[in-house]
Design a protein around this ligand. Structure first.
Ligand code: KE4
Length: 430
C-alpha cells in the first residue's frame, strides 16, 4: 500500500472506527488496506501519491456519468452561489421529484431523504403504518442499508423468524423479519401461507447487487407481485442501485413490474448524499404532514444535492446513453470472459447493463447460497493483482462492478489485459 495512504490510515484508525466511514471500504474482505483517494475525474481515481487507477467502484454506483462531469460540477457550483442549505422548500427539489415521478413507472409521489438506508427505513415504516401489519419479508444476500429491520439474517429452517445480523438489533424486532432465499418463489408462498395477514411488505433488490450481481429468474418478480397483490402485502423495490442504472425507470421498467413503493439513492444524487422513497399516491399520502406516519430530515432536499441530481438525470434523459453503457459493458465483460478462458480460469459473470460481477467457479450463481459456493478467496487474489495493475475494483466479492459513460475502449482494453495477467497468475497458483 502507498506510504501516504498507510500513514493516513494509521492515524484514521485512532479516531474513526476501522479508519473508515463505511466498513466495506476497509478492504478486510480482500485483505488489503484502503487507498486514500485525493481526487477523481472521468473513469479515474488518484491516490495520495498521485497514482492513477481505472475506477469500477464509481462510489458504489452514483457516478454513472463518470467523476466530475462538467455539467454536474457547474450545477453544484451555481447552486453553491446561493448558499448550501435552507431547511426550506426549493424549486430544485421539486424539479428532482418531477423527474423521478415522470421516469420511474410506479412512483406517483416521492419524498427526499439523505441516504438509501433512510429510504428503505422510511418505506418499511410506511408499509407497516399503511397496512397495520408488522412482519417483513426480505431475501438472503440482499442489503437494504443498515436499518434495524433489515440487519436480520435467516433463522434456522425456512420461513422462520429472523435473527439479528448485528449486536444492537433487538431480537424482538428481528423476529418480525423473515429472510428467504432469493429466486425461491415456493419459500415465499409457504411463508405467506403461514403469516399472510401479518406481513406488511416484501422488500427486494429486483436485481441484487449486494451479494455480487444476481438476476431475478424468469417469473420470480411477477410471482412476487401476484402473491403480494392477493394477500394485501406491499411490494417494495429497493432500487437504490438499479434506479436509473439498468434503465431510466430502473428494474421495474426493465421487467415491467409495478411495485407499491420504490427506494432510490446513489445516481439520483449525482454523487452527493441523497435517497428517496416513493410510490402509490394513496400510500405516500399517509406520510406526515399529509398523513400521520412520521418521517423527517434536516438536510432532505439539500439544494446542492438536488442540483447534482437534477443535472445527472437531465443528462440521462438521452436514451442513447443507455445504449452506449450497454455497448461498453458488453465489451468489458465479454473481454473478461475471454481473458479468463485464455488463462484457463473458470469464472461466471452476472450482468445487467452497466452493473456486473465476476464470480470464480463454474456453476450458475442465482442466490446467496450459490454465491457462497464460489471461490471468494480467488476474488481476493484477483482484486490484489488488478490493484497492482492500477485497476480499482470493489474490495469485496459481494459487490457489483460499475461501468460509467467515461470508461472508453482504451481503458477497458487495459482492464481486460490486466485481467488476463491476473487470471494467468491465478491459474498458475491453482
Ligand atoms: P446507503 O445508506 O449506503 O446510502 O444505502 C444503503 C443501500 C440500500 N439499498 C441498496 C440496494 C444498497 O446497495 C445500499 C448501499 N450499497 C452499499 C454497497 N453496495 C454502499 C456501500 C457501503 O456500504 O459503503
Amino acid at each position: 500500500m502507498a506510504d501516504r495512504s498507510r500513514e493516513l490510515f494509521l492515524r484514521a484508525k485512532e479516531i474513526i472506527p476501522g479508519g473508515v466511514n463505511s466498513p466495506v471500504r476497509a478492504g478486510r474482505a480482500v485483505g488489503v488496506d484502503p487507498l486514500f483517494i485525493q481526487r477523481a475525474d472521468g473513469c479515474y481515481l488518484w491516490d495520495m501519491e498521485g497514482k492513477r487507477y481505472i475506477d469500477y467502484v464509481c462510489s458504489w454506483g452514483p457516478m454513472i456519468l463518470g467523476h466530475r462531469h462538467p455539467e454536474v460540477i457547474q450545477a453544484i457550483s451555481d447552486a453553491l452561489d446561493n448558499g448550501t442549505s435552507y431547511g426550506a422548500p426549493t424549486d430544485l427539489e421539486l424539479n428532482l421529484a418531477k423527474m423521478i415521478v415522470e421516469t420511474v413507472p410506479s412512483v406517483e409521489m416521492v419524498r427526499m431523504v439523505n441516504s438509501g438506508t433512510e429510504a428503505t427505513m422510511s418505506a418499511i415504516r410506511l408499509a407497516r403504518g399503511f397496512t397495520g401489519r408488522n412482519k417483513l419479508i426480505k431475501f438472503d444476500g440482499c442489503y437494504h442499508g443498515h436499518n434495524d429491520s433489515c440487519l436480520v439474517t435467516a433463522g434456522s429452517g425456512l420461513a422462520t423468524f429472523g435473527i439479528p445480523d448485528s449486536p444492537g438489533v433487538p431480537a424482538d424486532l428481528a423476529k418480525l423479519t423473515i429472510s428467504l432465499p432469493f429466486n425461491n418463489l415456493k419459500a415465499v408462498g409457504l411463508t405467506v401461507e403461514k403469516f399472510g395477514d401479518q406481513i406488511a411488505a416484501i422488500i427486494i433488490e429486483p436485481i441484487a447487487g449486494n451479494m455480487g450481481v444476481v438476476l431475478p429468474e424468469e417469473g420470480f418478480l411477477e410471482g412476487l407481485r401476484k402473491i403480494t397483490k392477493e394477500n394485501g402485502i406491499l411490494l417494495i423495490f429497493d432500487e437504490v442501485i438499479t434506479g436509473f442504472r439498468v434503465s431510466p425507470g430502473g428494474a421495474q421498467e426493465l421487467y415491467n413490474i409495478m411495485p407499491d413503493l420504490t427506494c432510490l439513492g446513489k445516481i439520483i444524487g449525482g454523487g452527493l448524499p441523497v435517497g428517496a422513497y416513493g410510490g402509490r399516491r394513496d400510500i405516500m399520502k399517509r406520510i406526515a404532514p399529509d398523513g400521520n406516519i412520521y418521517q423527517a430530515g434536516t438536510l432532505s432536499g439539500n439544494p446542492l444535492a438536488m442540483a447534482a441530481g437534477v443535472t445527472t438525470l437531465m443528462i440521462l434523459k438521452n436514451k442513447e446513453i443507455y445504449a452506449k453503457l450497454e455497448e461498453k459493458s458488453r465489451f468489458l465483460f465479454s473481454g473478461l470472459i475471454d481473458a479468463a478462458k485464455r488463462a484457463g480460469v473458470d469464472i461466471v459473470i452476472n450482468r445487467v447493463g452497466s452493473m456486473g460481477s465476476v464470480f470464480f467457479g463454474k456453476k450458475p450463481v442465482f442466490d446467496f447460497a450459490s454465491v457462497k459456493e464460489t471461490e471468494t478467496s480467488k476474488y481476493s487474489s484477483f482484486y490484489r493483482e488488478m490493484l497492482a495493475q492500477r485497476i480499482y475494483l470493489a474490495p469485496s466479492p459481494f459487490e457489483a462492478l460499475f461501468v460509467s459513460l467515461a470508461h472508453n475502449k482504451e481503458t477497458m482494453k487495459k482492464t481486460i489485459d490486466s485481467a488476463f495477467n491476473s487470471f494467468k497468475k491465478l491459474g498458475s497458483m491453482q
